[in-house]
Design a binder for this molecule. Structure first.
Ligand code: HSE
Length: 372
């Protein structure tokens, strides 16, 4: 297999290193802006050279972002080349165009590293689907947020200090908003739900709230009531279709999620036959992520492509009633549903997830967390 590697940053460099000694995977081209010298590899900025080279059967996209990543991936598929990517934003955003194109051009596509980094979550989910009705997917899918929340909980750090540490360790995306406002997790749970349920979720119907407004006083209140705050994603089948959302969630001490340290991920599915199963491991980082890119390349060598038949677009409906902790804003509606006071915040009576997120959109300075 001759591959062209698009991007030579954290993941691209990792893929290069992990394939160096393999006889079955040969990096023929690297496309990057940096001036790097790699023995036996053509380093180029001319993508057309790669498209025209029939000996290149597979393009590995490790650039991140939407453009030009999607333009390059689309051109590769149209040229009849297989594609492996770790890019969740791209796979999620262009899902509806990507899957039909892959089928039409009869090429292979995989994106295991896009969710869970070093955890083979999407590949396992594809296996699960072969003989199982998936009832729910979700969990802790963002290492940066888990690192911040874990350090705030264990060490009593302020949010800004914990974020700076996560950035210094290279966990956070270039723009930390992608992590801390929950967008990275949002892409990941939409992609996971699409694979799990064989649909394409309408993205606008999946509400997301992140952790950027959390303060040390919130964490202290949660501790006093026996809870640990985590950024939790949820995708599930319901009586009326599907539900999906991302929100900070207070987990009781007996929940596995409450014990996930540092930048680790814990992703869980529930199946009708298999019951609940969780995958735990490194959700980010050079070699864990590159490991799953190389695993995908090995699957391509076996002729195994992406695994998700898609039956069309559906909107999530999130009418599940949950209690929420809220601090930082109030109005008549919030007062009407307030059931308890927790130090500087309040706890609501059960309200619908969609209703709570709609309220938060109009109160962007507030912090909100669901209570399990
Ligand atoms: N910024 C992401 C995280 C990287 O912190 O989990 C992996 O998608």
């Amino acid at each position: 297999m001759n591959i062209a590697l698009l991007g030579f940053g954290v993941v691209g460099r990792g893929v290069y290193d992990l394939t160096l000694d393999r006889s079955d995977i040969n990096v023929k081209y690297v496309v990057c802006l940096e001036d790097v010298q790699l023995p036996g590899v053509t380093v180029t900025r001319n993508y057309n050279e790669i498209l025209a080279d029939e000996s290149v059967d597979t393009v590995v996209e490790a650039m991140g972002g939407l453009h030009p990543a999607w333009d390059f991936v689309k051109a590769a598929i149209e040229a009849g080349k297989n594609v492996v990517t770790s890019n969740k934003a791209m796979a999620c955003t262009f899902y509806d165009e990507l899957l039909p194109l892959v089928q039409e051009k009869n090429v292979l596509f995989r994106c295991t590293a896009a969710v869970g980094g070093g955890i083979g979550w999407l590949s396992e989910l594809g296996r699960v689907r072969r003989c199982e009705t998936v009832l729910s997917v979700g969990g802790i899918m963002n290492g940066t947020c888990n690192y911040i929340l874990d350090n705030m909980t264990r060490l009593g750090l302020d949010y800004d200090v914990a974020l700076k540490q996560a950035q210094n360790l290279g966990y956070a995306e270039a723009n930390p908003s992608t992590d801390v406002d929950g967008i990275d997790t949002w892409h990941k749970v939409i992609l996971s739900s699409n694979v799990a349920f064989g649909v394409s979720l309408d993205k606008q119907s999946v509400p997301v709230s992140g952790i950027s407004k959390i303060k040390a006083c919130d964490v202290a209140a949660f501790k006093a009531h026996g809870y640990t705050c985590k950024l939790i994603s949820t995708g599930k089948r319901t009586d009326s279709g599907f539900s999906a959302y991302v929100q900070p969630t207070l987990c009781p001490a007996d929940a596995l999620e409450a014990h996930i340290p540092m930048n680790f991920n814990l992703i869980t599915f529930e199946g009708a036959a298999a019951g609940r199963q969780s995958l735990y491991g490194q959700g980010a980082g050079r070699y864990p992520t590159a490991y799953n890119v190389v695993q995908d390349l090995c699957d391509l060598l076996l002729g195994n492509g992406f695994y998700a038949p898609c039956e069309g677009s559906v909107a999530a409906r999130n009418n599940e009633q949950l209690r929420f902790y809220v601090r930082g804003a109030s109005d008549a509606w919030l007062e009407s549903v307030t059931a308890e006071i927790w130090d500087e915040g309040i706890v609501t009576a059960p309200v619908a997830v969609d209703e709570m997120h709609a309220w938060l959109k109009n109160h962007p300075d507030a912090f909100m967390a669901a209570i399990r």
